[in-house]
Structures are given as structure tokens and as C-alpha cells.
Design a protein around this ligand. Structure first.
Ligand code: ZN
Length: 132
């Protein structure tokens, strides 16, 4: 069903501070910084092998990242898996009774299609599906 881990999303209070830490301490190179207005998040992306690490700062007070930070503080917010056909995967998951946040994909960073699976179905892990 999943091709590989596409990226890991880390919720942060301050993108600048966290970027500086990851760059200076781990010598990570930023690949891109992007504001995703629809998802109410600002993303800074680094690559390790073929997995991306995304630092996520909320753009607004009603951002899902903001509510995550309020509830659980900074840390790993979601894991994203690459899929070949996001429509087909969502259909399969629905048939299996998995609780979906997005029944239809929306646009993610770099023109990807993304959809989220509800953590109540996955033992507490927010899982994102990504189709490139
Ligand atoms: Zn993501």
C-alpha cells in the first residue's frame, strides 16, 4: 500500500529558531521554505537520504499545527507515506473502515496531493498519504 516514508513532520513554535538549530547542529541543508495558506502552515524542508524532515510552524491561531502545539507541545506531528494512487488508497482504507480526516485529497507542498488518516484509527499517529 505504501511505497516508502516520504517525510516526517515536526511541529515547532518558531521556524527560524528551529531551522537555525537543525542547520548549525546537524548540518542539514534547507531544500525549500513554503507557506501553505490552505493548510495554515509554514514549512521548512530538509532531506536525509530520500526522506524529508519538515519543520512546521502554524500560520494562524486556528491552524492544526497550533492546536497540536497547544495540546502536546513541540515534537513529531505526523508521518507521511508515499502512495502511487492516492484516490485508490483512500478508497481501500475507507473499505477497511479506517477513519479518514480527508475523504478527498488536497494540495500539499510542491504540488503534491495529500490526505490525512485520523489518529484514532492508527493508535495515536497522524498519518499523511502523499502522491507526487
Ligand atoms: Zn506532511
Amino acid at each position: 500500500m505504501f511505497e516508502k516514508i516520504h517525510h516526517i513532520g515536526i511541529a515547532v513554535e518558531n521556524l527560524e529558531d528551529s531551522m537555525k538549530f537543525y542547520e548549525n547542529t546537524f548540518n542539514f541543508k534547507i531544500q525549500f521554505i513554503e507557506e501553505l495558506k490552505e493548510n495554515k502552515v509554514k514549512v521548512a524542508s530538509f532531506k536525509i537520504g530520500d526522506v524529508n524532515i519538515e519543520l512546521l510552524e502554524p500560520l494562524t491561531d486556528d491552524s492544526p499545527i497550533k492546536s497540536f502545539l497547544n495540546k502536546r507541545g513541540e515534537g513529531i506531528q505526523h508521518i507521511a507515506f508515499l502512495v502511487k494512487d492516492i484516490y485508490k488508497t483512500l478508497e481501500e482504507l475507507k473499505e477497511k473502515g479506517v477513519s479518514l480526516i480527508d475523504e478527498k485529497p488536497r494540495y500539499g507542498s510542491h504540488n503534491t496531493k495529500i490526505a490525512f488518516i485520523h489518529p484514532k484509527s492508527t493508535f495515536g499517529v497522524l498519518i499523511e498519504l502523499v502522491e507526487e
